[in-house]
Design a protein around this ligand. Structure first.
Ligand SMILES: [Zn+2]
Ligand SMILES: [Zn+2]
Length: 314
């Protein structure tokens, strides 16, 4: 057997020994570690204080702050972390086979994303977590801290809507005309999504609070389905609360949220069929205006307040 073969066999044996590659993951500036919901329809990004992730959270069960999904802790790696770890493992094996590099290896820690805007400490178990936009369940105990966070989320949305103009001006003054438009549009899309998510979460919470029945936030994502839930217990009619025109407007905004989150804001046939919105054709990109967002904000909060009153008085 030639030396080359011997060398190759030795290296293959080294690869076999390499059962596990551990890649360190960095925390953000506040000490929080990135996590991602394993539910394919959600994939919500959130963070947990690393200290709490180690000391408080349990291996068997972690909750997603947005959709409430529960899964074992090791299902919550982010797509980015998994990709980075995979790339490093592949590189390691390749180096080992081609260059026969000895262990320990040069592994680069995986970077953390920038810190998120909303920091929450659970009232029940004291777990610290942070979210972008809205997320209401504690990742550790699943406690629904909606009462506390809902108001907070609404004021964050309002602040975001109002900041859009000044951000646009700022960028325009730097000569970044195109970028300023793109960023403003992405802020409005995000605000529209946040309004719908806050609405769903609050409705799911109120429903359980008043009727003791657990309904997922997703069952309030479509206005017609959501109304059906309430009708089992009350005379609530969304159209009666909002009026025909405004109900139609809100229905369209809820369908637009679906396009933003699942179709890269491109209008599809399903959207046109459902909404009969004649301002768009299939394949066009959605454009969210400030008026759309403010109106959605007002109508979702109005609907929520009226429903809470009605459910409370029953
Ligand atoms: Zn989720
Ligand atoms: Zn908790």
């Amino acid at each position: 057997m030639t030396d080359i073969f011997k060398k190759l066999i030795k290296r293959l044996e080294d690869v076999k020994k390499l059962k596990e590659v551990s890649v360190p993951i960095e925390v953000d500036e506040h000490g929080y570690i990135d996590k991602e919901c394993p539910n394919k329809d959600c994939l919500f990004q959130f963070k947990v204080l690393q200290e709490d992730w180690i000391n408080i959270l349990r291996d068997e069960q972690v909750f997603c702050p947005r959709c409430g999904e529960d899964a074992p802790a090791d299902h919550y790696w982010t797509t980015y972390q998994l990709e980075q770890a995979k790339n490093q493992a592949i590189k390691l094996v390749r180096d080992l086979l081609t260059k026969g590099k000895p262990f320990p290896r040069s592994i680069i820690p995986i970077k953390a994303s920038d810190s998120f805007e909303l920091h929450v400490k659970c009232d029940l178990c004291s777990t610290n977590y942070s979210v972008q936009g809205s997320g209401f369940y504690c990742p550790n105990c699943g406690n629904n801290s909606i009462e506390k966070i809902y108001a907070n989320t609404l004021s964050k949305i309002k602040a975001k809507i109002h900041s859009a103009d000044s951000i646009q001006n700022l960028l325009q003054n730097q000569g970044l005309e195109e970028e300023s438009k793109l960023i403003k549009q992405s802020i409005f899309r995000e605000c529209l999504t946040d309004c719908v998510v806050a609405f769903q979460m609050k409705h799911s919470y109120l429903f359980e609070k008043y009727y003791g029945e657990k309904k997922s936030p997703n069952s309030f994502q479509n206005l017609e389905h959501g109304e059906k839930n309430w009708k089992k217990h009350t005379q609530i009619s969304y159209k009666k609360i909002l009026g025909e025109e405004e109900f139609k407007f809100l229905f369209i905004q809820f369908q637009r949220r679906h396009l933003i989150q699942h179709c890269a804001s491109i209008v599809d046939k399903e959207y046109i069929d459902k909404t009969k919105d004649s301002t768009y054709k299939v394949g066009q990109e959605l454009f969210v205006t400030k008026h759309d967002v403010m109106q959605t904000f007002d109508l979702t909060t109005k609907l929520t307040e009226e429903i809470e009153k009605e459910a409370h008085n029953k």
